[in-house]
Design a protein around this ligand. Structure first.
Ligand SMILES: Nc1nc2c(ncn2[C@@H]2O[C@H](COP(=O)(O)OP(=O)(O)OP(=O)(O)O)[C@@H](O)[C@H]2O)c(=O)[nH]1
Ligand SMILES: [K+]
Ligand SMILES: [Mg+2]
Length: 508
């Protein structure tokens, strides 16, 4: 037993019942009494076991701390001070103590998840303790003092689950999105992806390709012996063409999955002083942007995140569009135009009291403000409270629609017309993001789009090669399948893992 013969009675490996793997480190002062090696763990030699606080940080009722790896069993035994583990996946009430000092830290629930039936597929343990900072830090410190245990990196639990084949990359991404989801529609999309629907779709395509490839190879190998009929070849062609179309349609979905995941970027634009900042403040219900009677007040872009009808909206207020002379305002206008170019949706604001009341004139006023674009737009005619009478003609023009974009007559001052504007906004968002539960799942990341684009390109090349050289055509099918495999992580995903798991929180 080398240098570890001097034992602490509660040492999980040497003093406890479960001796685990032999301690391989050479005798050193840092290895003799457990409390010493606790401070200088020879972690690399012990198989890697990670631990982290998985519930949120800060004071709370219950905090969940979990471990994953071969040391989970010993960790649970030593922190509960008992050799026997609770039955798998059953909560058990235990006193939790610091193994080094035997000092009680808390009384809480513990769960034992022996691998492979655990989230990561490895042996895992969970400690549900009181969520006070001193309890949590005490338990984390105690775990960190055990040999072979170390704090987890962000996303490391999920990364281990991926490595053990518990989920594919799209499901891991869905899980990350679910944790970050802020609106109902985002939650629905993320849950669907986490449960594997997107991965299954890509897997199905991959299997279709595998089958087509097998038939093609059979034809190449055996057609001369007349065992394989010409018909096989035309069937492969038809399968590939259908797949190319299906993936193409999946790609041409208007980026709905990506928009829903990241939030629709809506930009409030218009001439100075029409009430753009007032509109932003009204929609987010706080004074996020400065409002003043001075034209040219807003210069920097002011951004707020909103939930409209369950859809995520990232709303930006921008400088009033005009030929400014002041260099600072010029910069503001240039930033406004940049934002407009990147917008998914434009809220074009005009002063209701200063525009022509008939649709053609209104259209011209809008046209002189914004360059012609395909970006969806909502026309907001603000300051309706300043209109004489009930603003009849303008109100009619608003409900007329074509050739005008959907329009709302609004008063930021009185709040009149806000319901109609919110309704229009929700409609546009639903149109842009789609119903996350309807139809086949949407791709949610540009990474998916890139690989699918490469896959479709390879399928198109198949069509060309097919007429020249069957061997080269088969190679294109193999390539197409590789591109699909990279999305789910079934093929060479090493280079994207760091990027994907970087955005995860510690403990997940
Ligand atoms: N009567 C009336 N006044 C409004 C309304 N909305 C905004 N205002 C006033 O219009 C002025 C300009 O409002 P802002 O929200 O600063 O307008 P803006 O378009 O952001 O202006 P810039 O940032 O300078 O381009 C302020 O005095 C507001 O109080 C409205 O619905 N009715
Ligand atoms: K202003
Ligand atoms: Mg403003």
């Amino acid at each position: 037993m080398g240098g570890c013969a001097s034992l602490h009675p509660l040492c999980p490996i040497w003093g406890g019942v479960d001796r685990g793997p032999p301690h391989p480190c050479t005798p050193s002062p840092g290895c003799l009494p457990c409390r010493r090696w606790a401070q200088r763990p020879c972690s690399a030699a012990w198989g890697d076991t990670i631990f982290a606080l998985s519930s949120g940080h800060g004071r709370c009722g219950v905090a969940v701390i979990r471990t994953s790896g071969p040391g989970s069993r010993g960790a649970l035994q030593s922190l509960t001070g008992r050799p026997e583990l609770p039955p798998p996946r059953v909560l058990a009430l235990r006193r939790i103590r610091d193994p080094a000092t035997a000092e009680p830290l808390d009384r809480g629930l513990v769960v034992w998840f022996p691998g492979p039936q655990s989230f990561t597929g490895e042996d895992c343990a969970e400690l549900h303790v009181h969520g006070g900072p001193a309890v949590v830090s005490g338990v984390l410190r105690a775990l960190g003092c055990l040999p072979g245990l170390r704090p987890a990196e962000p996303g490391e639990f999920t990364r281990r689950a991926f490595r053990r084949g518990k989920l594919d990359l799209t499901a891991a991404e869905g899980l990350g999105d679910l944790i970050r989801a802020e609106t109902e529609a985002q939650r629905r999309q993320a849950l669907r992806q986490m449960e594997g629907e997107l991965g299954q779709l890509y897997q199905r395509w991959s299997e279709t390709l595998t089958q087509a490839l097998a038939h093609l190879e059979a034809y190449i190998d055996f057609s001369e012996d007349d065992n394989v009929e010409e018909e096989v070849l035309s069937q492969v062609d038809a399968t590939v063409r259908a797949l190319e179309q299906e993936i193409g349609a999946h790609l041409r979905d208007g980026r709905r999955g990506e928009l829903l995941r990241g939030g629709v970027r809506a930009v409030i634009a218009g001439p100075p002083n029409v009430g753009k900042s007032s509109l932003l403040n009204l929609l987010c219900q706080r004074p996020a942007a400065i409002v003043s009677p001075v034209a040219g007040t807003t210069r920097d872009v002011v951004e707020v995140a909103l939930n409209v009808g369950g859809y995520p909206l990232v709303l930006s207020d921008t400088a009033g569009l005009r030929d400014a002379t002041d260099p600072v305002e010029q910069e503001g206008v240039s930033r406004a135009r940049d934002r407009l170019r990147q917008a998914d949706l434009v809220l074009a604001v005009l002063d209701a009291a200063a525009v022509p009341a008939e649709p053609a004139g209104l259209g011209a006023a809008l046209g002189s403000l914004l360059p012609p674009t395909t970006t969806p737009c909502i026309l907001v005619l603000n300051k309706a409270d300043l209109l004489g009478g009930d603003g009849g003609p303008l109100r009619d023009a608003c409900t007329r629609g074509d050739p005008l974009p959907p329009a709302a007559l609004l008063s930021c001052k009185t709040g009149e017309g806000l319901d109609r504007l919110l309704e229009l906004l929700a409609q546009q968002l639903a149109r842009l993001c789609g119903d996350p539960l309807a139809g086949s799942p949407s791709l949610t990341q540009s990474r998916h789009g890139l690989h699918l684009g490469d896959c479709v390109a390879a399928l198109a090349r198949y069509g060309r090669e097919r007429r020249r050289d069957l061997g080269l055509a088969a190679e294109q099918l193999r390539l197409a399948r590789r591109h699909l495999g990279r999305i789910t992580g079934h093929v060479g995903a090493e280079d994207v893992l760091d990027i994907i798991f970087r955005d995860f929180c510690v403990g997940k």
